[in-house]
Design a protein around this ligand. Structure first.
Ligand code: PEP
Ligand code: MG
Length: 581
């Protein structure tokens, strides 16, 4: 995407940060118009080099004192933040603040410093040992392992004199600007404080986009140069148009006020997805754990179409125990008694590394050992997860379905179905996110009971365009006619050989109200999305009949480009005018 200029010249660095009216153009991924001042996301803290020694002129006493001072400063900062927080967030911050100055942690680090190790490396290694020990203790103590790993990054940042990692802290709401967000950042993102998300990188299916839609925050990705702005700059973000304007005026104030009314009008979904002619299209929700599930149930979701189990264990460097897994999954099942909950087995790899499953040094992680494929290199983890899902399902009222991510062949589907049978799970399915799976859907469905289209990855693999890369954002849209053809073929495969098995969509395509109509027209039976999108998708589906949806699907399939497909369909859906992208 280009950096455009209002009153100033275009530049790629955003170095001139003061000119009023300067506009950045990116890709709008979550609608909404808002004005606020920005805070920049600090760079991630890199691991101090293994074997790093004390600098020549630094004594171990000086380094130990610096470490103690840094640990104290982190404790004070976290304590201050805890005072401003409430509920669970406050408890987490208080616990983390205590951990920052934990005598056992500091003592272990000082011992290493005494042996000549640099302060940064010493705290890094000491925290790793403490985290492992806590983890081995299990239960409540095991949960504290993540806090230790968080505080070590903060202490290293303090020692280096750079901003603390993660979402910046502020007493007042702000617009978060950065290069991209990692899934782990979501845990500390407070939607009451963050008004909008803007990134210079990332595509429409990147995790920043997914997070923004889940939180209902206006968001723009791939806005080159925007991370060159300074903290405190006032901007207007238009998540529908994909633009950011520096120093907005009266027109933008009016637009932001009008959006508040639209957002309020879109806040409800009546709990039944249906077309104008009564054709039912259950609308389910994508969740990352029990908290999301409770919110999704409250928003009227008719079940869960995608439980991203890896989100329950991000940042863990060891495999979660059976008991931890059972607890995490049961929390989701309990939110949906009598309803369908589709559990996806761990989708580790690429942008969601899990240290106990994936190899960070892979040259092409998106084409590497990820999703179901981790069973090739870490046998046993998948079986234990299926056992945990079965145990969690036992005694709950949810209808538990289970599916594997990144399936490429019918043989893999058969193997996965076999593992499910052994675990006692009766409804196995697979995700269709690799083009080979779309093309062989009929054979795959000889072995499993359903498929769910992961259009985020299906798009990245069909278009050979990394979903994280801003410059490829225009390729990376499920409106691409090639992607729609793969969806059509998957549906055709599901109806082959006399079987008629359900085909859902759980990629971000389902949350785009116009594309949702196309998907239904292509024969998709359920749509799963962030809870925030339920009302908009429900409202647009209710405005068309099935034959109309089929006509719109035909229009999109035969369009010359993704842009044409989207434009042609949207032109026919006047109800969409206010909903944005
Ligand atoms: C997808 O690829 O569409 C999907 C739903 O999985 P994820 O976004 O978690 O990779
Ligand atoms: Mg995927």
């Amino acid at each position: 995407m280009q950096t455009l200029s209002g009153s100033s010249r275009p530049d790629q660095t955003g170095a001139d940060t003061t000119e009023t009216g300067r506009t950045f153009a990116g890709v709008g991924v979550s609608p909404g118009r808002i004005i606020g001042s920005i805070l920049l996301m600090p760079q991630a803290v890199s691991e101090p080099v293994a074997g790093e020694r004390l600098a020549e002129r630094t004594s171990s006493d000086e380094a130990s004192a610096a470490l103690r001072a840094a640990a104290k400063a982190v404790q004070v900062d976290l304590g201050h933040r805890a005072v401003g927080a409430s509920g669970a967030g406050r408890e987490v911050l208080e616990a983390t603040a205590l951990m920052a100055n934990d005598p056992m942690l500091i003592k272990a680090a000082v011992k290493l410093i005494t042996n000549g190790v640099s302060a940064e490396r010493a705290i890094w290694e000491a925290a790793a040992s403490v985290a492992e020990m806590l983890h081995n203790l299990g239960g409540y103590m095991a949960e504290r392992a993540t806090d230790v790993l968080d505080v070590r990054r903060r202490i290293v940042a303090e020692l280096r004199g750079v901003p603390a990692p993660g979402i910046p802290y502020s007493d007042t709401p702000f617009i978060l600007v950065g290069e991209d967000l990692a899934p782990a950042d979501t845990a500390t993102l407070d939607p009451a404080k963050v008004l909008a998300l803007v990134t210079s990188s990332g595509g429409p299916q990147s995790h920043t986009a997914i997070i923004a839609r889940a939180l209902g925050l206006p968001a723009v990705v791939a806005a080159v140069g925007v991370d060159g702005l300074s903290d405190g700059t006032q901007v207007f973000v238009d998540g529908a148009a994909g633009t950011i304007l520096v120093d907005p005026g009266a027109d933008e104030v009016a637009l932001a006020q009008a959006w508040e009314k639209t957002a309020a009008a879109l806040a409800t979904f009546d709990g039944t997805g249906r077309l104008k002619d009564g054709h039912l299209v259950p609308l389910l929700s994508n969740v990352g754990g029990a908290k999301d599930a409770v919110a999704a149930a409250a928003a009227g979701a008719q079940g869960v179409g995608l439980l991203r189990t890896e989100f329950c264990f991000l940042e863990r460097d060891t495999e979660p125990s059976l008991a931890e897994q059972v607890e995490a999954y049961r929390g989701v099942f309990d939110a949906f008694p009598g309803k369908k909950v589709v559990v996806r087995t761990l989708d580790a790899g690429a942008d969601k590394p899990l240290p106990f499953l994936t190899d960070a040094s892979e040259a092409n992680p998106a084409l590497g050992v990820r999703g179901y494929r981790t069973d090739f290199t870490s046998p046993g983890v998948l079986e234990r997860q299926l056992e945990a899902i079965a145990q969690a399902a036992d005694g709950t009222e949810a209808q538990v379905w289970v599916m594997a991510p990144m399936i490429s062949t019918a043989e893999e589907a058969e193997h996965f179905a076999g593992l499910c049978t052994v675990a006692g799970l009766t409804t196995p399915g697979v995700m269709v996110e690799v083009p080979s799976a779309a093309l062989t859907a009929a054979s795959i469905l000889e072995h499993v009971d359903f498929v769910s289209l992961g259009t985020n990855d299906l798009t990245q693999y069909a278009m050979a365009a990394d979903r994280q890369l801003g410059p490829l954002a225009a390729l990376n849209t499920p409106w691409q006619p090639a992607v729609l053809q793969l969806i059509r073929l998957t549906v055709a495969g599901s109806r082959d050989e006399g079987h008629d098995k359900p085909v859902g969509v759980c990629g971000e395509a389902a949350a785009d109200p116009a594309l949702a109509v196309v998907l239904v027209g292509l024969g998709v039976s359920t749509l799963s999305m962030t809870a925030r999108a339920l009302s908009a998708v429900g409202a647009v589906l209710a405005s068309v009949t099935l034959p109309e949806a089929q006509q719109l699907a035909a229009l999109a399939l035969t369009a010359h480009s993704a842009t044409d497909a989207r434009r042609l369909v949207r032109e026919k859906l006047s109800v969409l005018d206010d909903l944005g992208p």
